[in-house]
Design a protein. Structure first.
Length: 224
């Protein structure tokens, strides 16, 4: 699932990127109306847009109007303005839902899923990603090889999602340590990260397979 997040607050951007990536989403971030329009022109496979109202070069309403001129792409407004006027205006502009800051991430994720169900976008069959000889079903969170499920721990699957959502890019060990933590809420150590990467490789790269997780010496890891 590919989401466009139009938000100029870098802290909120990063929080959304991490939380939505863990839900299996591919995130595109724009911090202005102009960049949002460029993203919409460049990506025809966006499934839903999350729009802030106040932006440096205009408003989320401008982005919403651009979208509605071309499609019925689902839209959720995300803003600090929670008064009735803004709520009504957002809905009249064609928004499918509206959530005010500060918000609980679980609530936003629930609303995203509800909007996708309501608009029918959840029925798309493009939620399977190939990683080497493996198939990753992003909707069910399961990994298969030749029709047989490969069991991944929760942490291994989180790590795999991070690689998938940054495919082709090098992720430094520092970035991975920042983005991933264990189920108890403690930060993963450098040594533990090495173990997780090794175990994930062992499950995805079997005898005779080409490498799918590349070590870039002195820089980090990259999913091929």
């Amino acid at each position: 699932m590919k989401l466009l997040v139009v938000e100029d607050d870098p802290i909120i951007q990063e929080g959304l990127r991490i939380a939505l990536a863990q839900e299996g989403c591919d995130i595109i971030v724009a911090d202005s109306v102009g960049k949002a329009k460029d993203c919409l022109a460049a990506h025809s496979d966006i499934d839903l847009c999350i729009l802030d109202i106040m932006l440096p070069d205009g408003t989320g309403y401008d982005v919403c109007a651009e979208i509605r001129r071309q499609s019925e792409l689902p839209i959720i407004f995300l803003t600090a303005c929670d008064d009735e006027v803004h709520t009504v205006l957002a809905l009249e502009q064609g928004a499918d839902d509206y959530i005010a800051k500060p918000f609980r991430m679980r609530e936003l994720i629930a609303r995203i899923k509800a909007v996708l169900r309501r608009t029918g976008h959840h029925d798309k069959e493009n939620d399977t990603v190939r990683v080497g000889s493996n198939e990753v079903n992003l909707r069910t969170g399961k990994v298969y090889r030749g029709g047989t499920e490969i069991f991944l721990t929760a942490m291994e699957y989180k790590l795999l999602l991070l690689f998938i959502n940054h495919r082709g890019s090098i992720l430094s060990r520092g970035q991975l340590l920042h983005l991933i933590w264990d189920a108890a809420g403690d930060y993963v150590t450098d040594n533990t990260l090495t173990v997780y990467v090794k175990r994930l490789r062992g499950k995805l790269e079997q005898d005779g397979d080409a490498a799918v997780i590349q070590t870039v010496r002195g820089m980090g890891y990259r999913l091929l």
